[in-house]
Design a protein around this ligand. Structure first.
Ligand SMILES: Nc1nc2c(ncn2[C@@H]2O[C@H](COP(=O)(O)OP(=O)(O)OP(=O)(O)O)[C@@H](O)[C@H]2O)c(=O)[nH]1
Ligand SMILES: [Mg+2]
Length: 292
């Protein structure tokens, strides 16, 4: 017997969705930062076993969209409701509600199984854990509840075993050696964007998109050239920094991550370009893969 299905992870921004997906995968597929709206796409992470294929979806955190890019991000979340065989609804310690009522009702009235994961329990005490567990089980009574720590791995294996139990009998959806639906260049863009989220303040990371124009794999090295797009001239200066020092740091750190990811030496060339208001431009968004 072979089991396979789509397991889609949804929840508020910054609760640890990407951390959980990486924990299930046993490798860093999705980027993770302490800032909200780190994930902008729906990213498939495929875990293959002899008798199963779990097709995970990491999705952007649920927000009220304020501009076109965010509209598109919420489109990815919507799509994750449509094809799921199993929903993972993740909340974090201290959280009180999912602000978007429509999404919340969809979870509560879901016809497919829902696993409600209370994450980051490593940062709580017993009293808080009990109080939060009760609150969330009352709020989503149709769900199976698990307290977890995606970061420390607490309960992660138990949840994964339960996923396999709940999956329908089915042949695999993807070749058994495939681990994601995204091309190599996507992960280059994301590695660079992660460093930008980490090193720049306020609005800057949200005004940035990365596009990898060249990805040339040679025998011993992969040569990459990526453009960092910002919305305004002033942002370009900030990204580059004094004598290029800030941009250099992004390049060095991203390259190290990419060498780990691809298991090969990497040469990464970065440059910065202004692409006015790309976040609100349908044509540009489509070009960067935000259409669906
Ligand atoms: N203490 C603790 N921190 C965690 C845990 N899981 C995730 N984090 C941290 O929470 C922050 C957000 O994690 P992400 O995995 O990027 O969260 P996300 O839900 O994917 O966020 P968005 O993509 O922005 O919606 C990071 O700083 C993680 O290290 C956990 O179990 N315990
Ligand atoms: Mg994420």
């Amino acid at each position: 017997m072979h089991k396979a299905g789509f397991v889609n992870i949804i929840g508020n921004p910054n609760v640890g969705k990407s951390t959980l997906m990486n924990a299930f995968m046993g490798e860093k597929l999705s980027i993770i930062t302490s800032k909200a709206q780190t994930t902008r796409h729906r990213i498939l992470g495929i875990v293959n076993g002899e008798n199963f294929q779990v097709v995970l979806s990491d999705t952007p955190g649920i927000i009220k969209p304020a501009y076109e890019l965010q509209e598109s991000m919420m489109g990815f979340v919507k799509s994750a409701f449509e094809d799921a065989d199993l929903l993972i609804y993740m909340v974090e310690i201290g959280e009180k509600e999912l602000k978007d009522e429509a999404f919340f009702n969809k979870i509560k009235n879901s016809k497919i199984p829902v696993l409600l994961l209370l994450n980051k329990i490593d940062s709580s005490n017993q009293e808080q854990l009990e109080e939060q567990s009760e609150l969330w089980q009352q709020k989503v009574p149709n769900a199976e509840f698990y307290p977890i720590s995606a970061l420390n791995g607490f309960n992660v294996k138990n949840v994964f075993d339960r996923i396999i139990e709940l999956l329908p009998e089915s042949p695999p959806f993807y070749p058994k050696d495939q681990i994601t639906d995204k091309p190599e260049r996507f992960f280059v863009n994301e590695a660079i964007r992660e460093k930008i989220l980490v090193h720049y303040k306020k609005e800057i990371p949200y005004a940035v998109e990365v596009d990898t124009e060249e990805f040339l794999e040679e025998e011993n090295i992969i040569r990459m050239r990526s453009v960092i797009m910002v919305e305004r001239e002033t942002q370009k200066g900030i990204i580059i920094g004094h004598k290029g020092s800030a941009l250099k740091r992004v390049g060095v750190e991203a390259r190290k991550d990419l060498e780990k990811f691809f298991g090969k030496q990497v040469h990464l060339e970065l440059y910065v370009k202004v692409n006015k208001n790309w976040r609100s431009n349908q044509r540009q968004l489509k070009r960067f893969g935000y259409n669906q």
